[in-house]
Write a protein of this length. Structure first.
Length: 298
């Protein structure tokens, strides 16, 4: 990431969700609250979207980006958000008292959950350059939820341990659900293990880590299956290259080494079958980023 600019991929995801919300046949896949909060983010990070011309220009730009890099990208973002929200809701219904969203970007999961669960302690963690933009965009909404706290952290400079252990908003020792959506591909294996270790050290058994990870396409190549080479070029230009993922059959052993048990893993097939409405069942969907739900068992 560039130290002084918000994450380009976080903007890409928010714009992609907005594109789906405006698509004639796909918009039904975007829940109302997700679409509404995301629109506030999109209006903040893109100039002129509150005008008809600005909206039309953004629509063309965002549509072209997807057409060039890979069709089905944006719908994948919407489904991964819905899937993660379902898994978080399940964890909260099954005793999680706290939600920690790491690398939250311009996603609005914490605000959606805060509305539904005012009793839930919620912390969002992100790179300072990205988080500052979000804080400005959603100032009023965030202020309306006293249970949501935004904490800046650059994971390459500081660990979760260093940030949270002495933070007044983090409650150690309770059942907690941690989320990392679209983040682990920017980390190293060691940094992902540090997150697992932190969960074990500071939260109660039964706590969960819900995260997305890239499937290894070829040796040391972590990218969406049918993405054009332009994706890697663009990510390199933005300083957001993918650095980590897991090969076939590696997910469970990776988790077990840290005493985590895999509860669910959703690939594009599950997302399609479980979430897409019948009319869109055949829509094109990106392949290669899966959603894993892991639980720490003592
Ligand atoms: C692809 S975006 C995903 C955003 C959001 N989770 C979503 O899925 O919509 C990647 C996020 O990871 C964050 N990120 C990347 N490197 C980071 C680092 N070293 N420390 C903290 N956050 C980082 C970026 O700021 C950005 O918000």
């Amino acid at each position: 990431m560039k130290a002084d600019q918000p994450s380009a991929t976080a903007i890409f995801v928010a714009n992609g969700v907005w594109w789906v919300s405006n698509h004639p046949s796909l918009k039904v896949e975007v829940p109302a609250l997700l679409g509404e909060l995301n629109l506030q983010m999109v209006e903040h990070v893109n100039r002129g979207v509150d005008y008809r011309l600005g909206r039309a220009l953004l629509q063309v730009k965002v549509g072209l980006m997807q057409a060039v890099v890979m069709r089905g990208f944006y719908l994948h973002f919407v489904l991964r958000k819905r899937s993660i929200e379902n898994y978080v809701r399940q964890a909260v219904q099954q005793h999680a008292h706290q939600l920690i969203v790491i690398g939250a970007g311009f996603d609005t999961l914490s605000l959606r959950m805060a509305r539904e669960h005012p009793e839930l302690r919620i912390i969002e963690i992100d790179h300072p350059a990205t988080q500052a933009w979000k804080r400005n965009a959603l100032e009023k909404v965030i202020a309306g939820h006293s249970n949501v706290h935004l904490l800046p952290l650059d994971l390459t400079q500081q660990t979760l341990q260093q940030l949270l252990v002495s933070n007044e908003h983090y409650q150690p020792g309770v059942n907690t659900v941690f989320v990392a959506e679209g983040l682990t591909m920017y980390l190293s294996s060691k940094e992902v293990r540090e997150i697992l270790a932190f969960i074990k050290e500071t939260s109660a058994p039964g706590s969960r880590f819900i995260f997305t990870y890239m499937e290894e396409r070829r040796r040391d190549d972590f990218q969406f299956k049918f993405a054009s080479r332009l994706v890697d070029v663009w990510l390199a230009m933005k300083g957001e290259q993918f650095t980590w993922g897991l090969g076939d059959g590696q997910l469970e052993p990776f988790l077990e080494q840290s005493d985590f048990h895999l509860l669910h893993c959703a690939t594009h097939n599950e997302l399609r079958e479980e979430l897409l409405s019948p009319a869109n069942r055949q829509a094109r969907l990106a392949v290669g980023e899966n959603i894993a739900v892991a639980q720490w068992n003592q």
